[in-house]
Design a protein around this ligand. Structure first.
Ligand code: ACO
Length: 318
């Protein structure tokens, strides 16, 4: 039986840090409001000329270096992003070129907003288990600052920029036990960037009905966690670490209560990263692997909700 497992991770955050105090000078908000309602204290913001692919490349290079592999041995690249450099080619193809990988299997993007990294992991897992892919690069990267309306206090305080990557390879033991990928486009109005190329209308800014998003996220997460455990024949007590999408501390706390996990078993980067969309889970994973909290053999539950709506989870042994 073939399984896929994470060999190494890498993360990248832009150098510029924007604090809540800075936002106080830009919109009618306060550090206290942002901290109490979301848990966010600061976020990283990409430089003017810094793109999603620039950040993805840095994260990917770190993951490849720590995996101790040649980039040419990667036979599939999937980039989860909602802020691609170009309409086409995909950010994955641009990244493939940057990494000097030539004609070595598929490279494509996945757009599932904040659930994107888990969607990408789920797709890679299937390719590794059932096809000939042996080693893949999965990246979540988003330059959210480029699609924020910096006069809209309801959204601009929530997001940040960054990229996270994982090298995933085939093995004979898990690895990834299960991934659950879900979507319901009925809720597409709740969170949108209502602008595109085929409809020549709208503005390229995040628009959100915050409290409805909040309720949806809490409901979706509470069902998903148990479905994921039961798909893998595992129990809540088997989970060593919850690595949730970092959108809002109150959404995370609700999931944690449902799982009966102590908060010390939850990886939280929200305070310093804000919501980095597709990058949030691989960045959190990378932080906890590097600081020694997540160790080889630990069981991790990854879970996310994002625009679409999409929601997804992965249960894996690191
Ligand atoms: N500073 C100060 N006041 C604000 C701000 C702000 N930045 N933003 C909104 N307010 C005001 C509102 O205008 C409103 O004022 P009013 O009562 O005078 O009308 C008041 O605060 C309450 O607004 P609500 O939207 O009801 O506040 P809520 O408690 O729901 O918190 C928040 C807002 C933090 C956005 C919350 O709804 C939330 O976290 N939703 C989830 C959004 C999210 O995480 N989106 C990320 C993308 S999706 C995902 O990743 C899951």
């Amino acid at each position: 039986m073939k399984y896929s497992r994470i060999l190494a991770t890498g993360g990248y955050l832009p150098r510029r840090i924007m604090t809540n105090a800075e936002l106080e000078k830009m919109v009618n908000t306060s550090d206290q409001w942002i901290r109490e309602r979301t848990g966010i204290r600061s976020r990283h913001i990409a430089a003017e000329g810094e793109s999603t692919c620039d950040m993805a490349e840095q994260a990917a290079r770190r993951a490849i270096r720590d995996a101790g592999i040649e980039s040419g041995s990667i036979d599939m690249i999937v980039v989860a992003t909602s802020t691609p450099d170009l309409i086409y080619p995909s950010t994955a193809c641009l990244l493939q070129k940057r990494l000097g990988i030539r004609n070595n299997g598929a490279a494509f993007d996945i757009q599932a907003v904040c659930s994107g990294f888990i969607y990408a992991l789920g797709v890679i897992d299937k390719f590794i288990r059932t096809a000939s892919v042996k080693r893949a690069l999965v990246v979540g990267a988003d330059a959210n600052s480029k699609i924020l309306d910096w006069t809209d206090r309801a959204t601009c305080v929530l997001f940040g920029d960054g990229a996270g990557a994982a090298v995933v390879e085939s093995g004979t033991a898990p690895g990834i036990y299960t991934t659950q990928l879900c979507a319901d486009g009925y809720y597409s109005d709740l969170l949108q960037v209502p602008c595109g190329v085929s409809r020549k209308e709208g503005e390229p800014f995040v628009r959100m009905r915050g409290s409805e998003v909040f309720k949806f996220a809490v409901n979706a997460m509470s069902g998903l966690v148990d479905e994921t455990l039961s798909a893998a024949g595992m129990q809540r007590s088997d989970i060593d670490w919850l690595v949730p999408h970092q959108a809002n501390e109150r959404i995370i706390s609700a999931t944690v209560r449902k799982l009966g996990l102590p908060m010390e078993r939850v990886i939280l980067t929200l305070a310093e990263h804000g919501n980095t969309s597709a990058a949030s889970i691989p960045l959190a994973l990378d932080v906890a692997v590097r600081d020694g909290r997540i160790r080889r053999g630990d069981v991790l539950m990854l879970e996310a909700v994002g625009g679409g709506f999409t929601w997804a989870s992965a249960l894996l042994r690191y």
